[in-house]
Design a binder for this molecule. Structure first.
Ligand code: SAH
Length: 397
C-alpha cells in the first residue's frame, strides 16, 4: 500500500440522513443536501463517508462537505472499499468511452464529474495538455492520486488546474489557476472537425473552449448558407464552421478579449468571409432590424441567463426577446440555431418560450433537429442538472 492509498480511510466514518433525505435518495439523485443530514461529524469534512438511512441501512459512500449546501456526493452505492483500483477503473472507462464517441477532434471532455464517477471533477483534453477543475472538497483531497492516475494513463505534457471558478467558494475552496504537472503550456492548437483553433487554457472562458458545443457547431454548419450571424460568438468557433458553407458571417460578442481572437481564428482557417463585431447581441439585433438587414442563418448561444432558480422568470423573458428578434431577421426558409445552457430552465420551458417567440414573430417554424451537449459530456439520468444544454435547429417559413 503506498502513501496515497493510505489517505483513503479503510473504515469510513458514518453520516446519517433524515427520513426526507432517504425519500430523496430513493429518487436516485446522487447528491444529498445539508438540510437532510441527521448526524454527521464535521471533522470528517473532505472524507469519503458511509451514509446510512434513519434505520441504519447503508445508502452508499459519499464525499462529505458539511460546509457545502450539497453536503454529500455519491461515490459508490455499495460498501466495498473505494481504493486506487476503483478510481483507476473509472478513469479507464472514461477514456474508453471518449474513444468510442469523440470523432475527428483533438479537444474534448475526458471526465465529466458525476457522469463519469468523479463527483466534482472536470478534466478537459486539449491535444497533449489536460485542464482540470475541481469543485468538491472530496476531489480536492484526492488530487495527488488523481494527478498520478491521469499522468500514467494519458502522459500529458502538462496538467493545468483552472481552479479559479467562483463556485469553489461554495465548498470553501481557494480560487487559483496553477500548473499541476509538466511544463507551463502556451496557446494550444486544436482540431475540431474541419476547423482549427488556438486555445489559451489560462485565460479562456471555462477551461479555454466551449467543448460542449462541438457537435452542435458541426450540425449548424450542415444547414448554414447565405448571410450568417453568430451572436454570442466567443472566439468565433461557430462562425468559422458556418463560414465554410455560408457566403459571409458576422460574429458578435461583448467580450473584447474574445472578439480579438475571432479574426485570428478565421485567418488560421483560411476564411476571408468572417466579420468580427464587438457589441452586445441585443443591441446588434435591434440595429440590424432598424437597418433592414436579414440573415439566412443565425446562431444564438448566450451565456446562462438563469444561474439560479429565482432568475428563471427574467431569463425566460430575455431568451424569448432574443429569439423573437432573431426570428424577425430570418429570411424565408432561413435557419435559427438556438441554444440555452441554463439547467434551471428545462427543455419544456425553453420550447414554450420558443413557441411564444415564433407566434409573436408570425412565423411558421419547423424543428429540424433537437440537440443537446456533445456526447463527451454524458448525461446522468438521475442527475437532471447534468443535462443542461439545449440546442434546436429551427427552420422558419
Ligand atoms: N458560441 C460560443 C460560446 C458562447 S458563450 C462557442 O461556441 O464557443 C457566451 C458568450 O456570450 C461569451 O463569449 C460572452 O462573452 C458573450 N456574451 C455575454 N453577454 C453578451 C451580450 N450581452 N452580448 C454579446 N455577447 C455576450
Amino acid at each position: 500500500m503506498d502513501a496515497l492509498e493510505r489517505r483513503i480511510p479503510v473504515t469510513p466514518r458514518q453520516v446519517s440522513v433524515t427520513p426526507k433525505g432517504l425519500r430523496w435518495w430513493r429518487t436516485g439523485h446522487p447528491w444529498i443536501y445539508r438540510d437532510d443530514i441527521a448526524k454527521g461529524d464535521k471533522s470528517s469534512a473532505g472524507e469519503l463517508v458511509r451514509v446510512v438511512g434513519p434505520a441504519g441501512d447503508v445508502l452508499g459512500q459519499y464525499f462529505f462537505n458539511p460546509a457545502s449546501k450539497i453536503a454529500l456526493r455519491l461515490v459508490s452505492r455499495d460498501d466495498a472499499p473505494v481504493d486506487r483500483g476503483v478510481w483507476e477503473a473509472r478513469l479507464r472507462a472514461a477514456i474508453a468511452y471518449r474513444q468510442r464517441v469523440v470523432r475527428d477532434s483533438t479537444a474534448y471532455r475526458l471526465i465529466a464529474s458525476e457522469a463519469d464517477g468523479f463527483p466534482g471533477l472536470i478534466v478537459d483534453r486539449y491535444g497533449d495538455v489536460l485542464v482540470l477543475q475541481g469543485t468538491s472538497l472530496g476531489i480536492e483531497r484526492l488530487m495527488p492520486l488523481l494527478l498520478e492516475l491521469l499522468q500514467e494513463a494519458m502522459h500529458p505534457t502538462a496538467i493545468v488546474a483552472r481552479n479559479d471558478l467562483a463556485i469553489r467558494a461554495l465548498e470553501g475552496l481557494p480560487r487559483e489557476a496553477a500548473l499541476a504537472a509538466g511544463e507551463r503550456p502556451g496557446p494550444i492548437e486544436i482540431q475540431e472537425g474541419p476547423c482549427r483553433f488556438m486555445v489559451d487554457v489560462w485565460t479562456g472562458q471555462k477551461t479555454g473552449w466551449y467543448l460542449d458545443q462541438r457537435e452542435n457547431r458541426l450540425a449548424a454548419a450542415r444547414v448554414a448558407r447565405g448571410r450568417a450571424l453568430d451572436a454570442f460568438s466567443y472566439q468565433g468557433a461557430f462562425a468559422c464552421h458556418l463560414a465554410r458553407s455560408a457566403e459571409s458571417v458576422v460574429a458578435v460578442d461583448s467580450s473584447e478579449a474574445a472578439v480579438a481572437k475571432i479574426a485570428e481564428h478565421a485567418a488560421l482557417n483560411g476564411l476571408a468571409n468572417v466579420t468580427p463585431v464587438h457589441a452586445k447581441a441585443f443591441d446588434y439585433l435591434k440595429r440590424a432590424d432598424q437597418d433592414g438587414a436579414r440573415f439566412d442563418t443565425i446562431v444564438l448561444d448566450p451565456p446562462a441567463f438563469a444561474k439560479a432558480k429565482t432568475d428563471v422568470p427574467a431569463a425566460t423573458r430575455g431568451y424569448k426577446e432574443l429569439n423573437l428578434r432573431a426570428l424577425k431577421l430570418l429570411t424565408p426558409g432561413g435557419h435559427l440555431i438556438t441554444c440555452s445552457c441554463s439547467h434551471n430552465l428545462d427543455e419544456p420551458a425553453f420550447l414554450d418560450l420558443l413557441r411564444a417567440a415564433a407566434a409573436d414573430a408570425g412565423r411558421t417554424v419547423r424543428v429540424v433537429e433537437s440537440r443537446t451537449q456533445a456526447l463527451d459530456h454524458p448525461i446522468l439520468l438521475t442527475l437532471p442538472e447534468s443535462k443542461y444544454l439545449k440546442c434546436y435547429i429551427l427552420e422558419a417559413a
